[in-house]
Ligand binder design. Sequence first.
Ligand code: FAD
Length: 811
Amino acid sequence: MKIVIIGGVAGGASTAARLRRLDENATIIMFERGEHVSFANCGIPYYCSDVISDREKLLVSTPKMFEELMNIEARTFSEVISINKDKKIVTIKDLKTNIEYEETYDKLVLSPGAFPVKPPIEGINDERIFTVRNLNDADKIKNYIKSNNSKLAVVIGAGFIGVEMAENLKHFGLDVSIVELSEQVMTPVDTEIASYIHNHLREHGINLYLGDGVKRFKSEGNLIVELNSNKEIQTDLVIFAIGVRPEVKLAKDAGLEIGQTGGIKVNEYMTTSDDEIYAVGDAVESTDAVMNNSALIPLAGPANRQGRICADNIAGIKHTYKGTLGSSIIKIFDLTIASTGNNEKSLKRNGINYKKVYIHGLSHASYYPKALPMMLKVLFSETDGKILGAQAVGYEGVDKRIDVISTAIKFNATINDLTELELTYAPPFNSAKDLVNLAGMAGQNVLADIYKPFYIEELASLSSGSLIIDVRSEMERTLGFIDDSRHIPLEEIRTKLNEIPKDKQIILYCSKGFKSYMAQRILQQNGYDNVYSLSGGYLLYREIKKDKNPPLIEAKSAENLPANDNTPVTVSLQIDACGMQCPGPIMKISSAIKNLQENETIEIKVTDQGFKSDIVSWCKSTGNNLIKVNSEAGIISAIVQKKTVNNKENELMHSKDSKTLVVFSQDLDKALASFIIANGAAATGKKVTMFFTFWGLNVLRRPEAVKTQKGLIDRMFGLMMPRGTENLTLSKMNMMGLGSIMMRWVMKNKNVQTLQELIEQAKQNGVELIACQMSLDVMGLKQEELIDGVTIGGVANYIEKAENSDVNLFI
Ligand code: FAD
């Protein structure tokens, strides 16, 4: 039997190798258009940054190895240009000599893969715009960066390849921006999981342009990427990675059937519409193993498995391909994100009723060193508990959890089955109840109506009659809470039942969702039937919020962190707070530092990611000296030098020379007064902070309408409030706007600056404008609706400034 294979990488090479093992007498010829066969295209992004520096390592096999080990002829630089399925002949073009010739076959296998999409955008053919498919592409990118000493890169498209390329270009020393048309990166995961990725990418200095596409590329010396929003990004090079399309031209021209998704149609034996022709890999339309519908899922695992099954069937062993779950994983700097099965978006699209649970846990037992945080989300059918999909984000052990669940889905397991899985356990590897078991238990409780989850996205449409109760400790609450929530720690719930109304919907929350579940059970068993527990808890809420409002206080404080450096520091005491959640690490350092002498240093290792900003605030408020903070592989280590602040120093530290203004009002006259005072103080060299809250936020609104995603109430609220300084009115004698017009006229005649000019002057004078995060939420305003140069902050930020001020005005 003579078997011809088109494409010599993942699917093609797998088919060829398996075939040889099954049939020693077959003639096997593999045609590959490119220079290499069986190369590791998945390693290309890492080769671009020299993380994998040895190019040879990516060449898993060579034509010589195919020949010597397997008696397979692998012809490179050989493009199959047509198939005559009636005569069972393919025509090949030798790309080195341009000579065309024919080859007969008994069985033909197509594994031509998928090509990077490049739509006809103006300027897309600029030589500084690259796509990534094979080693030659990687060589071109690397050479270009090296020979042009490139500093700036823009990656268009934030799928696996785009994000991996962004990370690696950053490693390579470039300043990287990602442009993504969708509102999130990595569409295999849902939006809240993407929030973790967004925050992590930003923390690593990647600029994100989400919900924005490329309008055109302009070449003005530098390459300029013009976005649909009219923003322009200057760059030295572009990686264009918006997705791939199956290579089907050859199949189409030969008259083979193409599926509705655009991939080559195959049956479960990997046979195309022609019985003698098989197809595998990225070029074929496969079946979504959960939904049982057609899908394009271009991944290496499925391509390899299909290759083996295809070979089996050619050799007469009947094996079927049972669909693709889309299990995938990616490393993004320190973070690992993995998913399997369907996500919420596809379940909604397919009209499937589902439930979900979120479990926060650690990679292994908290008391064993280097336990790192992880969050697992599992989706399951509301009707029969069948597991539909899962996603996880963390630093270690993410692959294991998703692989276990992927296996469970493969064997049609239900969420109940997860409770019974016996998984390996010893402290360095796991906990006695693995996260997967815990997800099963939570899901089982959901189905039994023992646990009533409330989801974070539902908070936006919460009725005013509902009550949100924070059941965390006092210390946890001081580091952030959900606006408008009441605080009743879990320990006090039983004694405070009289403060919790039975006729209202009650939403309980804690950090991870477990304490709130306990509180929910207490209330339910005390006659409350409209009570829910916030699934994912404050930790997930905080992550989403940080993503939606990137320059939060935490982020801003993080900017002030001492730079990562490796200069050795003599450490007097080391403490390990890994595995502890906030406020545990702060409490631990606060008590440990008491045992040190003045100027001695303490090093703390923490896995709670919020610690990066918490330690900055703690050192500021205690006077201790933060020497350095490093973050590696999910472990934050901070070195603090003990400094006892005596009263005199304390006075100096808080030299109370600054001025703080709280602007609560949106009245024109009051706004004018506050900016005049602020500018006056700034002119005398004082540090001035203006904290805008509630109606005062309208002073900072942009005059033009800004497109944002808002609920109905927020939109209506936004329409009713003034936009831009020109629309503010006087507090007195406004006379339906006449007073304001007269005031502006008088100001103009008397050469008094307009409010707009005063604001600009304040910014130039270094006055810090802070918009209150909580008020923004309450008023339904988004950061992008505010003028440039405004920081988003919370009360803690204001208090910190106010403590250093000798004047604190409320206007
Ligand atoms: P390919 O491996 O692409 O092989 C197709 C080959 O066919 C090509 O070399 C092409 O030159 C050749 N060819 C096409 N037409 C002809 C013709 N007419 N004549 C002769 N030869 C032809 N997947 C994962 O699961 N995990 C990852 O981490 C991952 N990372 C990736 C990173 C990069 C940069 C890329 C590009 C892909 C990555 N993938 C990853 C996807 C994975 O590589 C593909 O799913 C897999 O290689 C598909 O195998 P295939 O055989 O269908 O196609």
